[in-house]
Design a protein around this ligand. Structure first.
Ligand code: HEM
Length: 512
């Protein structure tokens, strides 16, 4: 036989095998092809991956074994939305599940920050950040700064926008707002990416840089490792954009850090008369005081920069994503909107009151229905839609699935918010009532079911402050303005590591 005949025969055999597999899998959602595994399923459903994964998990009763292409890093992994499995991984057998080496490579931008640490190093960092984020000084500074920023910027901005009757992207506005707030809390100064005038929106390279970094990280999950590493080495394609974005962010962070590590006099001189709002308490100052005492900390500059980046990543896009989905859900559910307004009226206002200064924790605790609406938005649209872990030793999950050492496990927070076993038949409905007891109190749902803030020892350190921030912004915004989605604007989730809206959130606002 000639070489040509050998090749033809080989191709023919391959086609017959592929045809056979295709016939056998016609009724199966995901086909496991030879060589390429289930990768075509990911690529084909890239644009609606979260919903497709939710459907797949439903058909597989909550746990699914993904087979990656041969000879690539996209190894086989277990995908689950079974809350008993998640409880096992995040809490019961927590010590057996770390982030793993793949995570550290894919999320290299997190450096030595908490989100990228495991075991002893993580424990130390968690203890330090816990003491700072849960301290009284932080809580007081946090509330005061949000009140100021709301009054002086967000509400004034929306007021301007309502007068000009123009369309605005509320998702972008909320991202600017939470970015500014996080900078105030971290560095004690406000970069003012959200101005108070509607027509003075500055270019925000740093927020865009975060979005490029998030997209690249997502693509590194399904592009073969050797391919993206080659791109990185050659500095081409998405990896080039990533590097530029990372440098951009590092420059911004270094500037903030250099500026705020100086003494008061020096800062005043550097500020050169520019009038920045400054906060007396900020995390970076507290962290430097604590961190500098640690003799093992050789690369202190890198540590401070990475920690600042981790907190910016953890606390900025997540809150704005939550607020954007909340605003969309409320603006398309008029009865919910009316109930929230009534609740604010009944609990936060007397005739002479200014609502914003009245939004203190004691008052916010009375807004039970608003609390339910926020939890409901976070259930349906969790800002962090998936999490991944890596098993150290062999294990058996409560679902009966066997886990080999070094297996990757991904749990979908998005799918878990839509599982009938957890939320019942009406799981796709936006129903704040599901969070309220017969006596009118907030119902507690265990974190392995309401997973938006993760569960177990690695649950979110910013959960309480995020809910407070979201309640303050939501109450002030809804009380003063009616938000109307622009007709024909399509709202769909963007597939990324933070769940934003693909086309933004185009609205018109009018004063109530
Ligand atoms: C709606 C807002 C938020 C949501 C949905 C959210 C969600 C999450 C999730 C899912 C994790 C686990 C991440 C992982 O292990 O890879 C996490 C961790 C974390 N979050 Fe949040 N977060 C929010 C806001 C915040 C805020 C405002 C802060 C504070 C600045 C914060 C600080 C942290 C920290 C420090 C961790 C790491 C905990 C650890 O590894 O021990 N988060 N968050």
């Amino acid at each position: 036989m000639t070489l040509f005949q050998y090749i033809t025969l080989f191709v023919a055999i391959l086609l017959v095998i592929f045809y056979y597999i295709w016939r056998r899998n016609q009724n199966v959602l995901v086909t496991n092809w030879p060589i390429i595994g289930m990768l075509p399923f990911v690529l084909h459903n890239q644009s609606n991956l979260h919903d497709f994964v939710t459907l797949g998990l439903k058909l597989c009763r909550g746990t699914f074994h993904f087979k990656g292409p041969w000879f690539t890093n996209i190894a086989n992994f277990i995908l689950t939305s079974d809350h008993l499995n998640v409880h096992h991984i995040t809490s019961k057998n927590f010590s057996n599940y770390g982030k793993g080496t793949d995570f550290h490579e894919i999320f290299d931008v997190l450096g030595v920050g908490i989100l990228n640490l495991d075991f002893e190093e993580w424990k130390q960092e968690r203890t330090l950040l816990h003491s700072l984020l849960k301290g009284k000084s932080f809580e007081i500074s946090f509330q005061q700064n949000i009140q100021k920023k709301l009054e002086n910027f967000l509400l004034r901005f929306l007021d301007h926008a309502s007068k000009s009757v123009q369309v605005l992207d509320l998702q972008d506005i909320l991202e600017r707002f939470t970015f500014d707030i996080t900078c105030i809390l971290l560095f004690g100064f406000d970069p003012r990416f959200l101005p108070y005038k509607f027509n003075e929106l500055p270019e925000i390279a740093h927020v865009k840089a975060i979005s490029i970094i998030e997209d690249t990280i997502l693509s590194r999950h399904y592009i073969p490792k050797y391919f993206w590493k080659l791109q990185k080495w050659l500095q081409i394609g998405q990896e080039k954009k990533y590097k530029v974005a990372q440098e951009n962010l590092h420059q911004f962070l270094s500037k903030c850090i250099t500026y705020y590590s100086k003494g008061d006099e020096e800062r005043r001189r550097l500020r050169n008369g520019e009038d920045f709002d400054e906060s007396h308490f900020y995390l970076l100052k507290a962290l430097m005081k604590e961190g500098l005492g640690n003799e093992e900390m050789v690369e202190i500059d890198k540590y401070i920069r990475d920690t600042a980046f981790n907190l910016l990543a953890a606390g900025s896009g997540t809150v704005s994503s939550g607020l954007s989905w909340f605003s969309w859900l409320v603006s398309t559910h008029f009865i919910v909107e009316a109930k929230i307004i009534q609740e604010i009226k009944d609990n936060c206002l007397s005739h002479e009151d200014n609502l914003v200064t009245n939004l203190r924790v004691e008052k916010l605790n009375k807004l039970v229905y608003l609390h339910g609406a926020i939890c409901e938005a976070l259930r349906l649209y969790p800002p962090v839609p998936f999490q991944h872990k890596c098993a150290i030793k062999a294990d058996i999950l409560p679902s009966g699935d066997y886990v080999k050492p070094n297996t990757k496990l991904i749990y979908s927070l998005y799918a878990m918010g839509r599982m009938k076993q957890i939320w019942g038949k009406d799981r796709f409905e936006f129903k704040p009532e599901r969070w309220i007891s017969d006596k009118g109190h907030i119902l507690h749902v265990p974190s392995c079911k309401f997973i938006a803030f993760n569960a177990g020892p690695r649950s979110c350190l910013g959960k309480d402050i995020s809910i407070v921030q979201m309640k303050m912004v939501a109450a002030a915004m809804l009380w003063k303005f009616h938000i109307q989605v622009v007709e024909g604007h399509s709202v769909t989730p963007r597939v990324s590591i933070v769940l934003r809206m693909e086309h933004g959130f185009k609205v018109k606002v009018s004063k109530r």
